[in-house]
Write a protein that binds this ligand. Structure first.
Ligand code: XBP
Ligand code: MG
Length: 248
């Protein structure tokens, strides 16, 4: 029996609107700090989100907008310095309370803890960013609530590759069918689905028009999603309904 035993959360765009209001301004602050005239506005950043991972996003942007810079022998050193500066700006912004959780996230996490459903994280972003967000938006001890936190460069291939979900499943010691992923993007959905984990998608302004046909369910947010409904719809639950209400 594989009834729901763990929720695996994505971070960026799922727990909070970190991309538009957190990572994007942090990238821009890092560009200014290192005397680059680059500026990623909201629309451009939406397109750049196709490239997962901050260092990967910087490399992609440089290759297409500043090829001479990208060809320089010291370019990788610049990427490393830019990304370190960006992470410091992001963590400061989070610690200053600039990002709050999306509706329903805190309640669902509290219900899972209360019910003994395990919690995990599978994200492309850097571990220090996850740690800062959980502490600032939930509780100082919140990182300890998560049985496994898979983040950043811990796996070489980032989403949409399945590697981060496989890494998290290994450490949870659970089969994919015992877990539910919660994601906000097509890249995240592909990552979870390829690892065999069914996925609930909560869309945001950057992802609303993406292809979620492989999703188990799609919602505007977690505001109306209860743990009881997730348990009732899980494989291995004799009471499960034919299909989740509102799935598409
Ligand atoms: C998140 C990302 C991340 C962040 C930046 O994707 O793509 O790259 O934008 O994080 P997902 P870093 O929500 O699918 O995990 O700069 O720390 O890499
Ligand atoms: Mg995401």
């Amino acid at each position: 029996m594989n009834a729901l035993q763990a929720l695996i959360f994505d971070v960026d765009g799922t727990l909070a609107e970190t991309e538009r209001d957190g990572h994007r301004p942090a990238f821009n602050a890092a560009f200014a700090e290192l005397d680059l005239s680059w500026h990623w506005d909201e629309a451009l950043y939406g397109r750049l989100l196709d490239i997962t991972g901050g260092k990967e996003r910087i490399r992609h942007f440089a290759a297409t907008h500043a090829p001479e810079l990208a060809a320089r022998g010291d370019f990788e050193d610049l990427v490393r310095r830019l990304h370190a500066a960006k992470t410091a700006h992001y963590v400061r912004l989070v610690e200053n309370g600039r990002l709050s959780l999306r509706p329903g996230v805190a309640r669902l996490i509290a219900s899972a803890r209360h019910t003994g459903i395990r919690l995990a994280i599978a994200t492309t972003t850097s571990p220090e960013n996850v740690d800062a967000l959980l502490r600032a938006s939930l509780a100082p001890e919140a990182p300890d609530w998560f049985a496994v936190i898979g983040a950043g460069d811990i796996v070489p291939a980032k989403k949409p590759a399945p590697d981060i979900y496989q890494w998290v499943l290994d450490r949870l010691g659970l089969p994919p069918a015992a877990c539910l992923a919660i994601e906000d993007s097509e890249n995240g959905l592909k990552s979870a689905s390829t690892a065999g984990v069914r996925c609930l998608v909560t869309v945001n302004d950057y992802t609303r028009d993406q292809d979620f046909s492989d999703a188990w369910a799609v919602r505007e947010s977690l505001a109306a999603v209860t743990l009881e409904s997730l348990l009732a719809d899980s494989p291995g639950n004799a009471m499960k309904q034919a299909s989740p209400e509102g799935s598409r």
